[in-house]
Ligand binder design. Sequence first.
Ligand SMILES: Cc1cc2nc3c(=O)[nH]c(=O)nc-3n(C[C@H](O)[C@H](O)[C@H](O)COP(=O)(O)OP(=O)(O)OC[C@H]3O[C@@H](n4cnc5c(N)ncnc54)[C@H](O)[C@@H]3O)c2cc1C
Length: 826
Amino acid sequence: MIGFFAATIAAFFVLAYLQVPILGWTVAGGLLLGYLSVVADFGQTTNMVLGAAFVLVAALCNIKPLRRLVFSDPILGIYRQILPDMSQTEKEAIDAGTVWWDADLFSGKPDWNKLLAIPAPRLTAEEQAFLDGPCEEVCAMTNDWEVTHERYDLPPQVWQYIKDKGFLGMIIPKKYGGLGFSALAHSAVVMKLSTRSNALSVTVMVPNSLGPAELLLHYGSEEQKNYYLPRLAKGLEVPCFALTSPEAGSDAASIPDYGVVCKGQWQGKDVLGMRVTWDKRYITLGPVATLLGLAFRLYDPEHLLGDKEDLGITCALVPTSTAGVNIGRRHLPLNAVFQNGPNSGKDVFMPIDWIIGGKDYAGKGWMMLMGCLAAGRSISLPTSSVGGAKALARITGAYSRVRSQFKTPIGKLEGVEEALGRIAANTYMMDATRIMTAGAVDLGEKPAVISAIAKYHMTERARRIVDDSMVIHGGKGICLGPNNWVGRGYQVIPVGITVEGANILTRTLIIFGQGAIRCHPYVLREMRAAKDLEGSAASIEFDDAFTSHIGHTISNGVRAFVHGITSSRLGQVPRNGAPETRHYYRFSSRLAAAFAFLADVSMLAMGGALKRKEKISGRLGDVLSMLYLVSATLKHYEDQGRNREDIPLIRWAVRDALYSAQHAIDQILSNFPVKAVARLLRWTIFPLGMSFRPPLDSRNRECAQMLLAPGAARDRLTAGMYIGKGEADPTGVLEAAFAATIACEPIDETLRKAVKKGKMAPRHGVDLGTVAREMDLITQDEYNQWLRKETLRRHVIKVDDFPQDFGRAEILAKLAQEKAPTAKAA
Ligand SMILES: Cc1cc2nc3c(=O)[nH]c(=O)nc-3n(C[C@H](O)[C@H](O)[C@H](O)COP(=O)(O)OP(=O)(O)OC[C@H]3O[C@@H](n4cnc5c(N)ncnc54)[C@H](O)[C@@H]3O)c2cc1C
């Protein structure tokens, strides 16, 4: 009997671990029963009863019509009753975009070979030339202090340059005169620009993200495409997209802006059109836009288009010169100064063919927006966050070496080192995520859930990096001015947190909420069977999805448990993965199984209520997100050719992410509404306790050191950023001071030792280097080198000060003079 029980348990674990189909379970059950009847000697009658019971259960499990009748159909009935109704807008949001690597993670069994087989994204020679040419050039032309303090705008020559060079048409194909860049190149451009000026990067980012060009490309009529796309590509039109209104922010589908289909006069002719009334706010590029992409709800009370009265959200392209369009006023979003403001119109008449795609697309606006959201969201904010991170990593490391306190470069003080190490490792992980996500878009994906993960976690990590960087800079970061390279970044961080899906909503509602339905192998099939299908089609589809779902849940639970008791030793590793990172794949396999099991049990235990339990769903989203970030990091290491120097960055970032995922699971279990289930889950997921530990301090030190010295790892980590040129440039002078400080360290050491040994004494009002030179303790060359380092160092630690009016009078006079010739000519 002991043998029988041992065999039964072993069979259960093996069959569940391998997710063997029901028929396999039936065969194993039959063999076990046969074995039992031999060893137990129950007698003929008992054997016959057991055999009959087995045949009955086997028939119920394997004969599908019978299984449906007895088991799945009744469950389908209950499922239909408890499944909350979904609005059309919710359905369109759920259906939008594609699933990719997120689905592998959601399966609980990510195939790491598949991940590493995805080709590494690469720029073409033409794209690289654009980055090295026009992109470098426009960065050099832009002075962020002039933009943010003096002009509150980009200078006219920068505006002209970005229009002329096609920056506003990167996503527009070449046949329409655009640059036709890959998502990776688009991302690399936005990243570089954001290392120089937020206003510059946002101005370029917005026309290339969700807006008129993207919508036209997917849904525009040929006539609209042929007219607008070449004009947008050349910057002859400046676009904006207006969705948000005072009453509808995050809940954008509830916009009160409306249009009514009617007949009217347009350019002297009677045409079918719409009278549109709207009141929008926060619209980026709105104040200077010539082409307004406008979202409103369209009604057709006179049935001029068809039977329906409430047609739904509709997107139209409205030239801002149209009579009745109020545009031009500005908001001031935290001194970011990219053009942003409200616009409105009351009963503005416009022809019906201004609807993007024409009248056939009336009411399809929400589907169009949701369909296009993922590509832009994968790039804009994740990328600009990486730009910020790279710039701050390089700058803060350099500053920490140049700035000394307590006779030590501050970067070598452990407290500062801790923050520096975090900056370095997070930057690596963010860049890896940027590249993998842009690569997915280039493979034709519109990754709905992944874009939300990238948007949320990159902006949040950027916020952490800016915070770390600010505290490292101390007062130097706080006092704004041309020589402060951190303060503006700190100011604008909340913009990225708020736009394109405010972060709390993105984390708690979208990542897991949409992920659970879209990425889960069976949930969407079950829902469709319940809501969209009828009769036997519904029964067959539901039965197949639901029974597979049960097997999937049991398998993930068993696999999570087995990985837990074996310290993930059985977890899959990629065939060709680097030996030094193999354990991270195994750990991730364990977490993926735990996540998939936990997600299923949470859905089962809480049903529709899980949607409102945002603290739980947010944490489930965190686990999924950490798995995605770890995947990107491990792949990046491979794609970059396994640079061993980068290993500390990977170790810190991956360990931190795994630990965060474990923490999120722990928090879910501590707050799980059904306590008995929570105990069972904890026992399954953490049978030997929580084994992931936070990154080691020694690893953190190695990461920090990469930023404190020049080297290939530092250059790789900050590759693609704009580095200020020359000592007149605020970041250029920092680079020079950094190099000079390091080169001068032996001389500084000589001075320190001389003072310590009493060979010389500091003299009031005279530099130590001068005293040393007078006493011939250093050569003239060394003295010159030391003086240059001191000049650069003093420049770097300098903080700007201003007259009482912060120079506004002088600035206004300069700007008035600039405008005078134009006014005269006019
Ligand atoms: C600088 C800037 C530029 C912008 N550019 C544009 C543009 O070009 N075009 C455009 O149309 N719009 C634009 N927006 C609007 C932007 O998309 C909205 O600000 C955003 O959707 C959030 O709306 P809200 O600010 O009204 O915040 P609210 O919707 O009022 O949200 C407030 C808080 O509640 C949270 N929240 C809301 N719902 C939920 C939920 N269900 N669960 C959990 N938390 C929730 C949010 O996360 C947020 O933290 C811009 C905004 C800014 C500030």
